[in-house]
Design a protein around this ligand. Sequence first.
Ligand code: HEM
Ligand code: SF4
Ligand code: SF4
Length: 380
Amino acid sequence: MQPALISPASGTILGIPAYIIYILIPLAGVGIFAYIIFKRLAPLLKAAPDPRFNRIGERIQSVLKIWLAQWRHPRYMLAGVVHIFLFAGFLILGARSTQLVFIGFADGFTLPGFGGGFGDFYNVLKDYAATWVLIAVSIAAVRRGIFKPARYAVPPQYGRDHTWEALLVLGLIATLVISESLFEASLIAAELQKGLHAALVAPLTLVWLFKHLLSAASLQTLQSLHSATYFIHEIVFFFFLCFLPMGKHFHVITSLFNVFFMRLEKGNVKPVRHGVDDEGLDDLESFGVKVFEDFTWKHMLDFYTCADCGRCSDRCPANAVGRPLSPRFISIKGRDYAFKHYPLLGGNGGEPKALIGDIYSEDEIWSCTTCGACEQECPL
Ligand code: HEM
Ligand code: SF4
Ligand code: SF4
């Protein structure tokens, strides 16, 4: 049977068969993403060791509780609940985004196990997920852009405001869910106009809303919308993927690993060097952390994973009494140093800088009471 609209894989873009472009976009996107990750791993490969493959059962439990169940998020109720919806939506929509990539060069592609009854159930679920993700990003954008909670503010000594990055990412996520819903709704509207069998549409979803809005549109308009929204979805999806390792949204990728490898002991301070007992201390050339590369790979992963939420600084007693310490900016400054000295283009950035003086101030470090409140509060 003739489909109601020309599918992405069967169309043309500027006279070129579209499937060629829809093979090249993911190849380029995944290639650039792999290159960025390879570069981001460079400082971790030079870092001090820290064995974290013990107590696997407890680590899996942490992942289930802190990562999957987002246990610490609702301590800040509105931001926490919004994030739970965003995170759940992403887990659900990940399968749809993967399917869409393949649809670009393999008409009617379905992921293994996503046919039949489960496929129908999934279609309804993903339509609701796209809808609640759009509501969640809208609430987050209003909080960020209009209400501006104090914990996100950047004091002048720490550089420029970070709101643009938050709003850009929220905008990209909104574009993804809107384009996916329009892509689907335009096809359903065309199928209904042509009297063909159309997929069931769950009420009060974005697809349902768009299907109603498009019911009187011409077939030509529906076709243009169908093709354009697919293109936009693919470009934004791979741009988003490559943008993640550029800043605070790196946590979307690193959070799983960071939580898995988290410190399980509480109430202690790490030894000067891992695996060196008291007698071996005399043989060490250097103690503690003098340059960035003296940090362990897990410290660096912590810096990469920081979502810039400011919850740690909000709970830090030193910060509360006006000492020059913000644990949030201990992470952000560490991350900024890694990005600057291990750039994406060119070699690694010359001589390591002294940690105290060049990155952190002495006052900042000595203001810490080692109470551990920041660690306890951090959702990541
Ligand atoms: C697919 C996975 C994820 C996505 C798409 C995602 C997305 C986001 C987005 C868009 C924001 C910004 C919200 C805003 O600006 O208000 C955010 C913030 C945040 N995310 Fe995630 N995230 C993911 C996974 C996680 C996980 C697993 C954790 C923790 C285990 C986490 C912790 C955080 C924290 C702490 C914030 C800051 C929240 C606040 O302001 O209180 N994220 N995330
Ligand atoms: S350990 Fe305590 S004093 Fe030190 S940065 Fe964390 S919350 Fe602040
Ligand atoms: S270290 Fe943790 S609590 Fe602090 S700003 Fe980063 S993600 Fe938030």
